[in-house]
Design a protein around this ligand. Structure first.
Ligand code: ATP
Length: 362
């Protein structure tokens, strides 16, 4: 494996600020341990059944033909296994892999340098492909389709295009926002896979597998407790496992049971649904100060002492996904599930309680 040296690969998803135990982007510690925890084959990769089955066919067929696999586009939220899957594709094809990212490719020349140094059959993993510069993107169209690029030499009227043949390669593009890809780029992928959030049973398997690799003893209920708080995301499950392991080592005999996992995650303020302090502060303000809304975003942000963007981009996406908060034209409203989750009784006028909506629009 080979990281392109200019690869900053910053997380582009504002919804995932580093430093949050339940943030989905990789932090420094994640990067250090993730290599050891990555499944190495499709058979080892947990969940995403359909994607695995389809990819298995694509790769086996290419191997049988002795051909390079079709280009693959992986879309889905951070931490769901796109990088892992790209490495598995290379491993299954017995091909080397080169890893870079859209933001690292600012000029077409950067891309030409990478493409021209690929070996035949190599997998090129391009993370955050939607953040590539336009000239690089246009060069990629031709490279993907014809395994050829035109390198422009010189400037102005004297500029000449020198065609450069490329060895056949497999591009694996990853994006958190498939909708942002221009159709000509999307159309050049032979196989597109959308990765879904994992269900708790799948995350439980991820936790068990990682615990084994980290040499941590955990029982079924302990793994289920961590899985349930991991927001559908293997990266978060692995991170919570590491924090629970610390607690188990310091406070008990090192063995993770349900009680140990629950006590550890209470210390880290990650609740039974995976909400952290910020998420709960937003919900609490919405329920206790504004009777469940509707309340305007700015008002809600002031009430929790956070920036508008923090509430909107960091806390809300997961609350909306969990069905605890809804964004309406009149403002934010809490759902009945939000009242139930915080153990509060909705007043008669609260949204979902059957009465009139509240008065906190704006
Ligand atoms: N299906 C899976 N089975 C087991 N572990 C997984 C699976 N998917 C992801 N993981 C683990 O989760 C961690 C994050 O995965 P990965 O880096 O592949 O996510 P990603 O989608 O590429 O994230 P990003 O978008 O931030 O680059 C890895 O350590 C990997 O071990």
């Amino acid at each position: 494996m080979n990281w392109d040296d200019s690869t900053p690969a910053p997380a582009d998803d504002a919804a995932d600020h580093d430093g949050r135990l339940v943030g989905a982007s990789a932090d420094g510690e994640d990067q250090a341990v993730e290599a050891a925890l990555r499944p190495k084959s499709l058979a080892e990769f947990v969940g995403q059944e359909r994607v695995r089955e389809q990819l298995d066919l694509v790769l086996k067929a290419a191997l049988a033909r002795g051909a390079t696999a079709d280009h693959v586009l992986l879309s889905g939220a951070p931490g769901l296994g796109k990088t892992t899957l790209s490495m598995i594709i290379a491993a299954e094809m017995q091909a080397p892999i080169r890893i870079t990212s859209g933001p690292a490719i600012q000029h077409a020349g950067d891309l030409a340098a990478i493409l021209s140094s690929l070996q035949e059959g190599e997998v090129l993993f391009l993370d955050e492909i939607h953040r590539m510069s336009r000239p690089a993107e246009e060069m990629l169209y031709m490279a993907m389709e014809d395994f050829r690029v035109d390198v422009i030499v010189g400037k102005g009227p004297g500029a000449t295009a020198i065609p450069l043949e490329l060895p056949p390669f497999t591009l694996v593009g990853a994006t958190t926002r498939a909708g942002l890809l221009p159709p000509p780029l999307r159309d050049r992928f032979g196989f597109t896979a959308h990765m879904e959030f994992y269900d708790p049973a799948e995350l439980e398997r991820v936790v068990h597998r990682s615990a084994q690799l980290l040499d941590v003893e955990i029982d079924t209920a302990g793994a289920a407790e961590i899985a349930g708080r991991s927001r559908g995301t293997p990266r978060i499950a692995n991170r919570l496992l590491r924090r629970v392991r610390d607690y188990a080592q310091v406070k008990v005999d090192g063995v993770i049971t349900q009680e140990v996992a629950a006590a550890a995650l209470a210390v880290y303020e990650v609740d039974t649904r995976g909400l952290d302090r910020l998420d709960r502060a937003v919900l609490q303000a919405l329920l206790k100060l504004f009777g469940g809304g509707p309340v305007g975003l700015s008002t809600l942000a002031v009430a929790v002492g956070e920036e508008r963007e923090t509430v909107e981009e960091v806390a809300e996406p997961f609350l909306v996904r969990e069905g605890l908060l809804a964004r309406t034209p009149r403002g934010r409203i809490a759902t009945p599930a939000a009242w139930a989750h915080l153990g509060l009784v909705p007043p008669q006028h609260a949204p979902g309680a059957g009465g009139q909506p509240g008065l906190f629009g704006a």
